[in-house]
Design a binder for this molecule. Structure first.
Ligand code: IMP
Length: 173
């Protein structure tokens, strides 16, 4: 296990992202987190937000092997709240190919929020297959499979307080 981003660096960056989000949404924001991977990021981000905020959750599953997404996305759990006229920020763990986020943005935009923006802790720009807009990015990383801070490999490692690269984990192609 090789630590890529230590916990204190993540905390510092997440606090800065919360302030950027507050600056753009001074009257409050509705955070929509994508389960399961975003649960740790959401929890720190929400607690660092100085202003009003409400929360909701969606669960999606990206078909594929554990280290490679196939681009097919299935909605497993929908939101409980309406988005019409609201200032919404999607909270995602990582943008890899961009297919999952594109799917999320398309279905949420169809629900007529006033603004729809996206916050992602991690981004792997070299892996992108579709053009997708991310308004708040925590860290850009290289093409490595990472775990921790909510991200898993076979449902393990989500509880690590840092982001790590697994030794011997296959590099996605
Ligand atoms: P996409 O390829 O951008 O659609 O990413 C789909 C999903 O794959 C993300 O939301 C993550 O749950 C997962 N994923 C992509 N890259 C990684 C990684 O490096 N570690 C753990 N999960 C990942």
């Amino acid at each position: 296990m090789q630590v890529l981003i230590p916990s204190d660096e993540i905390q510092q960056r997440v606090r800065a992202m919360a302030h950027e989000i507050h600056r753009d949404h001074p009257d409050g924001v509705h955070l929509v987190a994508v389960l399961k991977g975003a649960f740790v990021f959401l929890s720190d981000l929400a607690r660092a937000l100085p202003g009003r905020c409400s929360l909701d959750f969606m669960a999606v599953s990206s078909y594929g092997t554990s280290t490679k997404s196939s681009g097919q996305v299935q909605l497993l759990k929908d939101l409980e709240s309406t988005l019409e006229g609201r200032d919404v920020v999607i909270v995602e763990d990582i943008v890899d190919t961009g297919l999952t986020l594109k799917y999320m943005q398309n279905i949420l935009r169809a629900r007529s929020p006033r603004h729809l923006r996206t916050a992602c802790l991690l981004s792997k720009p070299s892996r992108r297959l579709v053009d997708v807009k991310v308004d708040y990015v925590g860290f850009e990383i290289e093409d490595r499979f990472v775990v921790g801070y909510g991200l898993d490999f076979g449902e393990q490692y989500r509880n690590l307080p840092y982001i790590a690269v697994l030794d011997g984990s296959p590099k996605p192609s």
